[in-house]
Design a protein around this ligand. Sequence first.
Ligand code: COA
Length: 201
Amino acid sequence: MPESMGWPEDPDSPRPEPAKSLLVEDGLEIVSPVEKDAEELFIIVDENRSYLREWLPWLDDVTSVDDEVALIRSLSEKKDDNFCFYLIRQFGDLVGVISLNWVDWSNRSFGLGYWVSQSSSGQGIITKACSRMIEHCFDDLMLHRSVIEAAVENYPSRKVAEGLGMRLEGVSKDREWLYDHYTDGTLYAITAPEWASRSQG
Ligand SMILES: CC(C)(COP(=O)(O)OP(=O)(O)OC[C@H]1O[C@@H](n2cnc3c(N)ncnc32)[C@H](O)[C@@H]1OP(=O)(O)O)[C@@H](O)C(=O)NCCC(=O)NCCS
C-alpha cells in the first residue's frame, strides 16, 4: 500500500496540532493554559487593565476569575483548531499571553495576537515569543503565511512585527472597534520562504 502523503498535500488527512508548550529560550516558555492557571491569569489582566485596554477590545468581558475559567475551558473542550492561546512564563512567572487568533488551514495562514504586562514590556519578550511561535507554525504545522495586525498608532506592536522582518502590506480603515471608537489597522505579513531566507541571514 502506498504511504499517505499527509497534510497539506492530502487535505483530507489529519492536520498537525499546535504544541502544548514551546521553549523560547532558557527561562522563557510558552505554555497552554489549564484551569488552575485561571486565577493567576485574572490577576495579571486585572493589574494591567487600563494599560491593555488602550489596544485590546476584550477587557470589559473579563471581570472575574470565572471568566478566565470559562475561556480556558472553552479552549480545551471546543477543540477549535482555528484559535488557541498560550501563557508566556519567564522563570515560571506569568508575564503575558500569545495567541493564534485565527488559523486559515485552507490557505495555510495564521494571525498572531499578544500582550505582556507593563512591568515586563520592553525586554524583547514578545518579539522572541512570536519568533518561536512563527517557527513552530511554519516548521511543525506546515503553515505558509504569518500575519500580525496592529493599530496604526500602536507603535510598540508595529515594532514587534517590523523586528520580526514582516512586510507592511497595507492599512485598513476602521479595522477594529475599541469600546467607543474605531482604529485604523496595519497589516504585516511574512511567508515561510521569506522567513527561512531571513533566518539564514
Ligand atoms: C505591544 C507589546 C505586546 C510589545 O511587547 P514587548 O515585549 O514590550 O515588545 P518587545 O520588548 O519585543 O519590543 C518590541 C519593540 O517595541 C519597542 N517598544 C516596547 N515598548 C515600547 C513603548 N512603550 N513605546 C515605544 N516602543 C516600544 C521596543 O523598543 C522594541 O523595539 P526595537 O526592536 O526597535 O528595540 C506590549 O507593548 C503590549 O502588551 N501592549 C499592550 C497590548 C497590545 O498592544 N497588544 C498588541 C495588540 S496588536
